[in-house]
Design a protein around this ligand. Structure first.
Ligand SMILES: C[S@@+](CC[C@H](N)C(=O)[O-])C[C@H]1O[C@@H](n2cnc3c(N)ncnc32)[C@H](O)[C@@H]1O
Ligand SMILES: Nc1nc2[nH]cc(C(=O)O)c2c(=O)[nH]1
Ligand code: SF4
Ligand SMILES: [Mg+2]
Length: 245
């Protein structure tokens, strides 16, 4: 049996095409493969249905064939970018899925908090490292972050994406960016009204998010931090807390 046939990946949901709503690939048509399970539990996580073990009966162990069938069905067989997110997708054995997609001309981006490094990071087209600021309640292991960079081995395009809620988060983002001056840095205002996992279309305070984004723009410009890019979660502006978009 080939490696791809044996591999089982724990999947929470597969959806799209939609647009990538965040960071370096914002606006790009994308199919999302969201894996189930995370080694973190951020206070404000907007995807708890892929994190909280109470929802694990909704996570399916799927073969590469099964996932690939769904990705090709959703994309009509036309190559596009597949975003691997979660939960922490780095927990899952995603190498064979990436190899399968590349054989068919698809590209792969990965979203991770950079707490777990895998050798298949070098096979990605884009690696988004999103270390978590103090407001998340999580502590960053910078050795693990460095391992992620080592495994990527300068092959994929790499970007830093940091959620900012407050002054402490902003200071964290500046420190993180100063540590890795070669990485392009994307700042995104936190959504303080993330959806509860059992609801797929919960109320949202867009005005509050936009206020925070204006504050963030003011900080960045006043500080002369001219390398930072400030972006909203575009899908959140368009569809609120809706799931699967
Ligand atoms: C749901 S996470 C999944 C991937 C990975 N676990 C991570 O955190 O990078 C995808 C992105 O959403 C961001 N995110 C999660 N909750 C958020 C919130 N309430 N407001 C803004 N961004 C959020 C994360 O920081 C991350 O960049
Ligand atoms: N449109 C859209 N863009 C996204 N960018 C990152 C997402 C994620 O949850 O990982 C996400 C998502 O769930 N939807
Ligand atoms: S690391 Fe990502 S998926 Fe995990 S709890 Fe934090 S935001 Fe949610
Ligand atoms: Mg999301």
């Amino acid at each position: 049996m080939s490696e791809a046939r044996e591999t089982r990946i724990r999947v929470s949901e597969i959806f799209g095409p939609t647009i990538q709503g965040e960071g370096i690939l914002i606006g790009l048509p994308t199919v999302f493969v969201r894996t189930g399970g995370c080694d973190y539990r951020c206070f404000w996580c907007d995807t708890l249905h892929a994190v909280d073990r109470d929802y694990r009966d909704q996570w399916q162990p799927m073969s590469v064939d099964e996932i690939w069938q769904e990705v090709t069905r959703l994309s009509g067989g036309k190559p596009l970018t597949v975003s691997l997110s979660g939960g922490n997708p780095a927990i899952q054995p995603l190498g064979p899925l990436i190899a399968r997609g590349h054989d068919h001309g698809y590209s792969f981006a990965l979203e991770t908090q950079a707490s777990i490094a895998k050798e298949w990071f070098a096979d990605l087209d884009v690696l988004v490292l999103s270390p978590k600021p103090p407001s998340s309640g999580m502590a960053t292991d910078w050795d693990a972050f460095d391992d992620c960079l080592r495994q990527a081995a300068d092959r994929p395009q790499i970007a830093l994406k940091i959620v900012v809620f407050d002054d402490r988060d902003y200071a964290y983002a500046r420190d993180a960016s100063a540590r890795y001056p070669r990485l392009p840095v994307y700042l995104q205002p936190g959504n303080h009204t993330p959806p509860p996992p059992e609801t797929d279309d919960a109320a949202i305070d867009i005005d509050g998010i936009l206020d925070r984004m204006r504050w963030l723009v003011d900080r960045v410009t006043a500080d002369g931090w001219f390398e930072a890019r400030v972006l909203p979660q575009l899908h959140v502006l368009l569809w609120g807390n809706k799931r699967g978009v």
